[in-house]
Design a protein around this ligand. Sequence first.
Ligand code: 5GP
Length: 112
Amino acid sequence: MSTLFRKIIDREIPADIVFEDELCMAFRDIHPQAPTHVLVIPKKEIPSLADARAEDQALLGHLLLTIRSLAVTLGLADGYRVVANCGAHGGQSVDHLHFHLLGGRHLGWPPG
Ligand code: 5GP
């Protein structure tokens, strides 16, 4: 079944897209938890990190290097956090793999 993020990739739902290439897309979270809060997702429909396979190794690396580049272009020189919520205990609410890129303020630890 198509998730909300598939609909964003297909432009069926609007989003504030900050980056896109043939493999991934990055757009601002609709409920930002920090001054900068961007979601980075693969275009391939992988439900969660738990569903990633060895064949996804290059794609996962691409996502992380995209996040690294975005952190530079979005001005997160003072640091940032990358989060992938996975499954019910991880607090995942959309079943399409995504990394949260959070920055622009000091982030506390540990998470809730
Ligand atoms: P999760 O809780 O699965 O780790 O993260 C899902 C994220 O998607 C949440 O931070 C939530 O605010 C965001 N989100 C949910 N619906 C939409 C939407 O329609 N547009 C955008 N841009 N973000 C959304």
